[in-house]
Each structure stands twice: as C-alpha cells, then as structure tokens.
Design a protein around this ligand. Structure first.
Ligand code: AMP
Length: 135
C-alpha cells in the first residue's frame, strides 16, 4: 500500500504543498512542532535515505538548503532544526523517508539536546566508521 506521503503526493489525501519537483516535494506537517514545520519528502518511496535512488539523493542538498532558507524567510524564525528520524527506533512513524525542517524561536519551549557524554571508545568507533564509509 502506498505510504501516506505518496497518497498526499498523488492527491488522494489533502496536503499543504510548499513545492513539487520531479523527485522531491514539501508539505506542512499536520501536527507542527512550531508554525511552519515543513516535511521534505522524496517522490520515490524508501524507508531510509540511503536506499533512495541515486538521482534523488543527488538533489537532496539543494532542496534542503533552499527549503531551510524559505522557512526562515516565510516565518521570520532565526533558526531551524533539520531532523531525520531514520528508522523506528529513532522515532520514525512514517516509513517513507523524509526530513523535518522545524522553525525555532528563542524560548519556544522545544529545546534540543542529545545529552551526550565523553566516550572512551571514540577512536575505535571512528575507525569502524572510516571502514564503513569505504565499503
Ligand atoms: P516521523 O516521526 O519522522 O515519521 O514523522 C512523521 C511526521 O508526519 C509527523 O510529524 C506527523 O505529524 C506527520 N504527518 C503524519 N500524517 C500527516 C499528514 N497527513 N499530513 C502532513 N503531515 C503528516
């Protein structure tokens, strides 16, 4: 069955579109974290960014940069969070890859901290990542 985002793209479910292009489109999130919360969505359905077709991946950066600028201009927000929940354990509810562009204002009550801590295995992890990058 087509994902909810594909059904919005195809017009069987309503959506507030920001733009449509051959490989990407953007809509407003129906439950915005802040006003102007926008979803950047590939037309191709894949759950993970890494599984999108190459031509779609290649256009991601341009669309994302343009969209963050448009969200700031339209809402007047001084900052945005760009969030990807790339898998259910990361909070992904809709299994069709997408990026959240969330306007942020001072004292908007949203916060955002990873609460990271020092990691004695940092160098070993970097080695694993360098090997994975080369695969
Ligand atoms: P995620 O948790 O990263 O999968 O986020 C999915 C997002 O899709 C949530 O923020 C939802 O509010 C949003 N969403 C779900 N259904 C719709 C819809 N029909 N139109 C717009 N946004 C939606």
């Amino acid at each position: 069955m087509a994902s909810i985002f594909t059904r919005i793209h195809q017009g069987s479910i309503p959506g507030e579109f920001v733009f449509r292009s051959e490989r990407w489109f953007a809509i407003l999130d129906i439950r915005p974290a802040n006003p102007g919360h926008t979803l950047l969505i590939p037309v191709a359905e894949a759950q993970y960014l890494a599984n999108l077709p190459g031509a779609t991946q290649a256009e991601l950066g341009l669309h994302l940069c343009r969209l963050t600028a448009a969200v700031k201009r339209a809402t007047g927000c001084p900052a945005v969070n760009v969030v990807v929940n790339d898998g259910p354990l990361a909070g992904q509810e809709v299994p069709h890859a997408h990026l959240h562009v969330i306007p942020r204002w001072e004292d908007d009550g949203k916060g955002f901290r990873f609460n990271g801590k020092a990691d004695p295995a940092l160098a070993a992890t970097a080695g694993k990542l360098r090997a994975a990058w080369g695969d």
